[in-house]
Design a protein around this ligand. Structure first.
Ligand code: ATP
Length: 339
């Protein structure tokens, strides 16, 4: 069944507005020529909004996001905690899915990588529970069985549909015996429900090394919030850099899609940002909408979008960060002309 979807598009800071223009024109093309109706609402949130009106995520923007079918969010700067961390918590977006996949002609270590990092998104050191005690600063690291179980289930479900069918649980339970011990043992229990999926455990330091040494051996990595944040930047670099890395934040009822990278203020306003990570986030959104609404058209258009990105870089049409000379919009137009 084909539907009409209300999409909230948060334009963000730094390179956010430039890559949002790119995402907007791709959504328009899909809307005009590919048979999926999008009602797109552009919203502002982040450092600039904080400076202008005193809050990084105005209540109206939050309501608009909450009431949309899905959100595409460009990166924000220093106010990330008040925007994305807040949205993840308020909308209970517990699974952060970060694929790292090889594309042709990339400045990458290998060309045969196809892995997904499934990062727990609601707990760990990212809850911001920090206190001063005397001359020391203390942070709470909470890991629960409930959150570990649902993220493990998510990871195994993804793995069960993939070719390699393997989950690597990444932790540091030899040092953090209670917290990571609980995470590891919960993942190990969930593994019993998925006999077709191979299961292994790896300490986070070994994983960081193996992502460089033999990234092609990974399939689905499930890990806690902070480790997942760090390892997904690393795995993005393994396949060509942050400009190629999309992400999805998924809950039971809502999906928010964003690039792995931040606001990249150093290159903002120069029209050299690579919009691919945001464009591939649209592909993840289409997959999610398609599965949620049983809309095969969304899934097909998502596949088409991914294959067009592949085709464009295969023809050596690239932005500066991945060794090309195209501007953000020139690159986007190459994609649009092939859609
Ligand atoms: P955050 O902490 O918000 O994740 P960060 O400090 O990791 O941000 P990013 O903004 O993610 O930094 O990016 C790091 C560097 O990678 C940038 O300074 C920029 O040079 C490069 N970079 C990131 N995203 C892109 C992109 N889409 N296109 C080109 N270069 C990028």
């Amino acid at each position: 069944m084909s539907n009409k979807y209300n999409i909230s598009l948060v334009t963000g800071d730094g390179i956010g507005p430039e890559i949002s223009e790119s995402a907007f024109s791709i959504l328009q093309t899909i809307n005009d020529d590919m048979g999926i109706r999008f009602e797109i609402k552009k919203l502002e949130a982040g450092d600039a909004v904080l400076k202008n009106i005193g809050e990084a995520l105005p209540a109206e923007a939050f309501e608009a996001i909450k009431n949309s079918d899905a959100c595409l969010k460009a990166p924000v700067g220093e106010s990330a905690k008040d925007v994305i961390v807040y949205l993840r918590r308020m909308l209970d977006l517990y699974a952060n899915i970060r694929p790292a996949k090889s594309y042709p002609n990339m400045p990458s270590l290998r060309d045969d990588v196809d892995l997904v990092i499934v990062r727990e998104n609601t707990e760990d050191l990212y809850t911001g529970e920090e206190f001063d005690i005397g001359d020391a600063a203390v942070a709470f690291r909470i890991i629960s069985e409930k959150a570990s179980k649902r993220i493990a289930n998510y990871a195994f479900t993804i793995a069960s549909k993939r070719k390699m069918k393997k989950v690597t649980c990444v932790h540091k339970s030899n040092v953090m015996k209670k917290t990571d011990g609980l995470f590891a043992s919960t993942c190990s229990k969930v593994a019993n429900d998925f006999p077709d999926v191979k299961f292994e455990e790896m300490y986070v330091d070994a994983c960081a090394m193996n992502l460089i040494r033999q990234p092609q051996l990974f399939d689905v990595i499930v890990t806690t919030n902070l480790f997942g944040d760090i390892l997904s930047d690393e795995s993005a670099q393994v396949v060509g850099g942050l400009g190629m890395a999309p992400a999805a934040n998924i809950g039971d009822n809502f999906g928010l899609f964003e690039p792995v990278h931040g606001a990249a203020f150093d290159i903002a306003g120069k029209q050299i940002a690579n919009p691919t990570s945001f464009i591939l986030s649209i592909k993840m959104m289409l997959d999610w909408l398609g599965n949620k609404h049983n809309d095969q058209k969304c899934i097909e258009v998502g596949q088409k979008l991914e294959s067009v990105v592949y085709d464009v870089v295969k023809n050596n049409i690239k932005t500066k960060d991945i060794g090309g000379d195209k501007t953000t919009m020139e690159f986007t137009k190459e994609i649009i002309s092939r859609l």
